[in-house]
Design a protein around this ligand. Structure first.
Ligand SMILES: NC(=O)c1ccc[n+]([C@@H]2O[C@H](COP(=O)([O-])OP(=O)(O)OC[C@H]3O[C@@H](n4cnc5c(N)ncnc54)[C@H](OP(=O)(O)O)[C@@H]3O)[C@@H](O)[C@H]2O)c1
Length: 482
């Protein structure tokens, strides 16, 4: 079989926060998997940078330990592990002062892609951007990668965008939303724009409504302080769910090119109506284990660990088709899925007793990435015309063979896109600001009205009011299945 890996030229990647959780659990394992897949041969430098006083050797030990946990399959190849670790180096450096920067400067190679990954808390983003310039580390081929959260509200996002813009051009800034790196999310675009079948039906004439669910079974352990300030609206809705909404709802871009795609996504966000207060349900887990308030140590916390809302996009394509979005912690299962719920056939020739059988296109992001189309057929056998819904399953493993059993982690794709210079799957500054402009009034409304989230049981599907949100419209949520 022809290799699907397109090798990249040698590059330098500096990971600020190289000792941290994200770097050790996601970024470095992703790089190791790309290395094992043959993405590059020699000469690549991956430099961890943080305040901890490691040298190259002790950092490599730390990385090796992490890889054994987070890339265990590839680690079975000891030669590959050793070869990868030869690419890894470390500089002890303070992002908030000038300490260590000259050592970093001495390690970087000229005339190659030079990427700086900001895998640190957001308060350091400005300082890192400034120091990369003041220490003369930025070249024509320099890119910076910025992790979420990108701002806390519209004002802070504007300040951050402006700070980064004083040091880098927009073309050099890669704002990560790792949901966009998921194989199925890219497949969503392939399904929509690569087939004649779906796009003619992709509008309010044929689509009754769309459900986007990002359910997590985990809580907020280890992130209490951040989460208590953020809540589900800022942590998930403003970025991940908003990005999924954009990809589902956008017009076909003229080409699959970064600005063409991002222009279309931006139009969706700008066409979103303000959300009516009675179209939002906030929840906080309580019961079935330690409560949210116990975990954050704030008995009066009003931060939501769950939010569900009904959104409307005011344009010709979607007028009259509601989008229901929900996300929460400590729910019954970890499941991220987009369900496109088509309308019933206008007339049933099989009579009332055949029941209602609408088509549903389900795009599963996790677990078991794949796409399923529910279609109606005749139940086999005697006994008249009984109808039954069956799934047409396009799960990667079955369709594309065992090689695709486990799709690549989102970070593999995204980090390599940074090296290749492809911004299609990264958020542009104006997109982020538009998303905050839509989110801010919702949060301000809760604050001014003293809104208190509804309690829900850990391990449930969320507060009962979220079911009512649908029921009032004569609809119901699809199940949250592992
Ligand atoms: N973890 C995740 O799953 C995840 C997911 C999405 C986004 N993010 C975002 O990614 C970023 C990193 O998260 P994380 O979970 O990896 O945090 P973390 O585990 O707390 O790691 C923070 C890293 O920053 C380094 N650091 C702190 N202050 C520094 C300074 N002054 N100069 C240089 N390095 C400094 C720390 O190392 P030293 O103490 O040695 O300096 C450490 O390596 C955050 O913005 C977070 O919101 C994380």
């Amino acid at each position: 079989m022809v290799s699907r890996v397109i090798p990249v030229d040698p590059f330098d990647l500096v990971i600020f926060g190289g000792t941290g959780d994200l770097a050790q659990r996601k970024i470095l394992p992703a790089l190791f998997r790309r290395f094992c897949a043959g993405q590059w041969a020699d000469g690549v430098q991956i430099i961890g940078a943080a305040r901890t006083k490691h040298d190259g050797a002790t950092f490599r030990q730390v990385v090796a330990e992490s890889l054994k946990t987070h890339a265990s399959v590839q680690c079975k190849d000891a030669a590959a592990l050793a070869a990868f670790l030869q690419c890894v180096d470390y500089v002890a450096l303070d992002g908030g002062s000038d300490e260590g920067w000259s050592t970093l400067a001495a390690k970087l190679q000229p005339d190659r892609v030079r990427a700086f990954y900001f895998s640190v808390g957001p308060r350091l983003f400005g300082s890192l951007a400034e120091r990369i310039q003041s220490h003369d580390l930025a070249t024509e081929q320099t890119r910076i990668v910025v992790e979420k959260p990108f701002g806390h509200d519209l004002d802070s996002a504007k300040v951050l965008n402006a700070t980064l813009a004083t040091h880098f051009r927009e073309k050099q800034i890669y704002r990560i939303d790792h949901y966009l790196g998921k194989e199925t999310v890219q497949n969503l675009m392939a399904v929509r724009f690569g087939n004649m079948l779906f796009e003619p039906l992709w509008n309010s004439q044929y689509v009754d409504h769309i459900q986007i669910t990002v359910a997590e079974s985990v809580g907020i352990d280890g992130r209490e302080e951040y989460y208590e300030r953020a809540g589900a609206m800022r942590d998930m809705m403003q970025n991940h769910l908003m990005q999924l909404l954009c990809l589902i709802a956008m017009e076909p871009p003229a080409k699959f090119d970064p600005d063409a795609v991002r222009d279309e996504k931006l139009k969706v966000i700008r066409a979103l109506d303000p959300v009516e207060p009675h179209h939002i349900v906030r929840g906080q887990f309580e019961g079935g284990g330690p409560s949210y308030r116990q975990i954050v140590g704030n008995p009066r916390s009003t931060t939501e660990s769950y939010v569900a809302l009904r959104a409307h996009i005011s344009n010709w394509r979607w007028a009259g088709t509601p989008f229901y979005l929900r996300t929460g912690k400590r729910l019954v299962a970890r499941s991220s899925v987009i369900n496109v719920m088509f309308k019933d056939a206008p007339h049933s020739i099989f009579g009332e007793q055949a029941g209602r059988h609408a088509n549903v296109l389900s795009i599963r992001l996790q677990p078991n990435e794949g796409i399923t189309l529910k279609v109606t057929i005749k139940e086999p056998g005697q006994g008249g015309m009984r109808l039954v819904d069956v799934p047409l399953d396009m799960s990667f493993a079955e369709a594309l063979g065992p090689e695709n059993q486990e799709p690549p982690d989102a970070y593999e794709r995204l980090v390599m896109d940074v090296i290749r210079g492809n911004q299609t799957l990264f958020m542009r500054g104006d997109e982020v600001e538009a998303a905050w402009a839509w989110t801010d009034p919702i949060i301000a409304g809760w604050q001014s009205s003293g809104d208190v989230p509804k309690p829900y049981e850990s391990g449930s599907t969320g507060p009962g009011d979220a079911e009512l949100l649908m029921k009032r419209d004569g609809r119901r949520w699809q199940g949250i299945n592992p």
